[in-house]
Design a protein around this ligand. Sequence first.
Ligand code: FMN
Length: 329
Amino acid sequence: MPLIRKLKIGGVELKNNLALAPMAGITNAAFRALCIEGGAGLVVGEMVSAESIRYANKKSLKLLEVYPSEHPIAAQIFGADPESMALAAKLAQDLGADIVDINAGCPVKKVLRSGSGAALMKEPAILEAIVKKTVKAVTAPVTVKIRCGLTEGEVISPRLARVIEGAGASAITLHGRAASNFHAGPVDYDAMAATAAAVKIPVFGNGGVHTARDAAKILETGCAGVAIGRAAVENPSIFLEIAAGLSGPVHEVTLDPVRRIKLFTRFLELNTALYGGDEGVVRARKLVGYWLKGFPDSSALRGDFMKAAGLNEAKALLLQYMEALSRKA
Ligand SMILES: Cc1cc2nc3c(=O)[nH]c(=O)nc-3n(C[C@H](O)[C@H](O)[C@H](O)COP(=O)(O)O)c2cc1C
């Protein structure tokens, strides 16, 4: 079977098996637009609390907004109460989500304390009830994102995957690290293989993918797809690069670095349109470190960007840097 291929999650057809991984504070509509242009087969919004949706929190409802150009798109919800999760899923679907993803892997203390995120991995019966109730509440396929275990070396994902599949979910994303390791530490490819082998539904392997070879390593475990997080923040066209690198014998394809700066400029424009005023530029500050990773002599630009007040100033800084890069090339 070819490594890069079309994939179906329930009835939702993906043009390829490369998905954007959910990232709170990052995967907004502006960023998603670049990932779609950059070849992602599936994008996902920012994690939303089911309880906050239940109480019609305006900010949370805004996070669930979907634009017509974004399909197929998943909405990720978190919570510990099956009833609230089912309600939130229904609302996410009504607002346009094609897929509803349940977060059962978030290791952040506040989330764990509420019994949601990775805490659900300790409570398979509650996770099962959440999945069952959510599946019943929506026509959209339901997916679940988990870790391989709670602490390093623990592998409970194959068992959990069977519970999740049995409860009616249509796919699983497995972040191949322990919850206690947050987003660092070794990726457990054996756990990916065991999890993919444990179920019939597609498993997306996730963690540390930067290149076509990294993606191939995950797909060779038997995972049907790959989810990409931080590398997409550094370069939203990574999906196209990896798709090209997986066609035929695995090889690396890297697009022109100037293109990445151009993409960031476009992101600023889209983000400004999304939030209005200068807020789009201010909010983009948390991405600039990722975006400029690996670019030569970019620390001054990074510093200046943190102070840039408006869109024009930020764009001028990027243009200047891009011109300097082109002259050197
Ligand atoms: C800033 C940031 C925010 C994240 N937010 C979420 C989230 O809301 N939901 C979730 O399931 N995972 C979240 N993650 C985890 C990612 O989806 C992904 O599993 C992790 O970054 C590993 O993939 P990567 O090595 O490709 O980045 C977040 C990761 C980062 C870096």
